[in-house]
Structures are given as C-alpha cells and as structure tokens.
Design a protein around this ligand. Structure first.
Ligand code: 6PG
Length: 251
C-alpha cells in the first residue's frame, strides 16, 4: 500500500504491520540484488543496526521466499558501528552476524566489519571500501538500509553533530555531546546519497511524532539535516523509499 498522506522525499510504502512491511522490503532487496548480480556480477549491501531491523534480518535468513538472494555474490558493509569490541551487546556487527550472517552463504571475505580496534577505524574502513571498488571509482552501494532514531538521526549522523557537514570523506568517526555514546563510525551523506537504492525502515507508534516532524519540515520547504538528519538523505542518482508500518505512519 502506498500512502500519500505523508509528504516525504522519495516513495513511501506503508504496510499494515511490520511482517507485511518486511515482505515488501525483502522482495525489493532480492530484486535489487539479483539485478545487480545480473548486471555487474556483485551486490554491495550496507545494513544498519538498531532494534527495528533485527526481525527483518532474521526473516532474510530463514524465510524460503528469500532463497533467491545471491549471498555468494554479496558484499556486506556496515552503515555505522559503535566503537566497542564485537562481543559487546552494543555492537551492530554482533547483531547482524547473529541474526543474518551466521545463517547464510556469505563469503567470509565479503563481510566487512568496521575495524573497531584499529587506531583510526574510519580511515581504515574507507580504505577497505576504496580497495574493493578500486581507487578511481566512487564506492556506490547497490542497496543501503537505514533506520531513523527518535531524534531523526540516521546511520550515526546525529542532530547538530560535526559529522553532518563532512563532505570530503566516505566514512567518519563521530563522538561528542550530540552523539549518543559510545563513539561511533558512520557512513557520511556523501556515501549514503550515491547509493543506487536507499531504504529507510521505520516501525512502531513511537516513531510517529518524529516522522510527523520530518513531514512538516519537508512540506515547509526542504531538508534541515542539522535538526533532522534523516532529511539529508537525498539520492544523487538513485532511489529513496520509506518503508513504514501503519503505526509509524500514524494512519
Ligand atoms: C545504530 C543505527 C541507527 C538506527 C536508529 C534506529 O547503530 O544505532 O544504525 O541509525 O538505525 O537508531 O534505531 P532503532 O531501530 O533501534 O529505533
């Protein structure tokens, strides 16, 4: 069901409940993956952490509807990561391994955790991206799954944080008074916005107020990433789709 009452940038998909929303998102993900492998022989996927996508990741691993996902040709990247060891409960990689990676046929070398223990994890992650794409090429992700926090942050791009303004890096470290601890590493707008498909997954009544603020801001005339970082997500040459359940959409 596409719902016109929210005026968000891009396409808006609203489903009655999270399960049917996950199915629509999963079908889109699979079609994008198959298309990427058909055209370029590889699928670059970037996933977010947080609570919302966990059951979606579990369904990708267990539901036979998604058996057509080309895992052996997929590279998995982290949209953002908390700077904690991988055995810490707050690690996004830990959650994504447990819910998805451990259960599908991804090639070990194609799973790209942020090197959280390195001296400069952001620079090393950026180097990994550039090495995989080749220095001359823009690292263009095929599909990036974002979430949205109550404060409208996305990835680890938090309101009023310096990372919002970085436009000469693909990945940065982010910390300080505006960032929910622990310190993090995040993809920048520059990297997010060149992706071919950007999906923003938001569920639950708790997010309805924030979505309302985003909607109002966009109606008033445009993005305000400083206050509402999710509004800085604007594909340069790709597609943006919001996946909302009815509770989040307030309908
Ligand atoms: C993270 C995420 C972050 C997340 C939002 C929403 O590591 O925290 O990548 O951007 O998507 O905070 O999180 P919830 O799904 O838990 O509400």
């Amino acid at each position: 069901m596409d719902q016109p009452h929210l005026q968000l940038s891009g396409r808006v998909v609203v489903a009655p409940d999270p399960d049917s929303l996950f199915q629509q998102l999963g079908q889109k993900l699979m079609a994008t993956a198959q298309g990427a492998v058909g055209r370029r022989g590889v699928f670059h996927l970037a996933l977010s952490g947080g609570l919302t996508p966990r059951p979606f990741y579990e369904s990708l691993a267990t539901d036979s509807r998604y058996s057509g996902l080309p895992w052996p040709q997929t590279h998995l990247w982290m949209v953002d990561e908390r700077l904690v060891p991988e055995d810490d409960n707050r690690s996004n990689m830990r959650m994504i391994r447990r819910s998805l990676v451990d259960h599908v046929s991804l090639v070990a070398d194609h799973v790209h955790p942020v090197p959280v223990l390195a001296d400069d994890p952001a620079a090393q992650y950026e180097k990994q991206l550039c090495d995989v794409w080749g220095q001359a090429d823009t690292p263009r992700l095929d599909f990036i799954l974002l979430g949205m926090g109550d404060d409208a942050h996305t990835a680890s791009l938090f309101p009023a944080s310096p990372a919002l303004a970085v436009n000469d890096r693909w990945v940065v470290r982010t910390d300080g008074p505006h960032v929910t601890p622990p310190p993090r590493v995040t993809m920048t707008y520059r990297l997010v916005n060149v992706a071919r498909e950007i999906a923003v997954l938001v569920t639950g009544a708790g997010k309805a107020v924030t979505l309302g603020r985003v909607d109002q801001q966009l109606r008033r005339g445009g993005a305000d990433p400083h206050r509402l970082p999710i509004t800085g997500v604007q594909p340069t040459d790709g597609h943006l789709t919001w996946y909302l359940d009815r509770a989040a959409a307030g309908s």
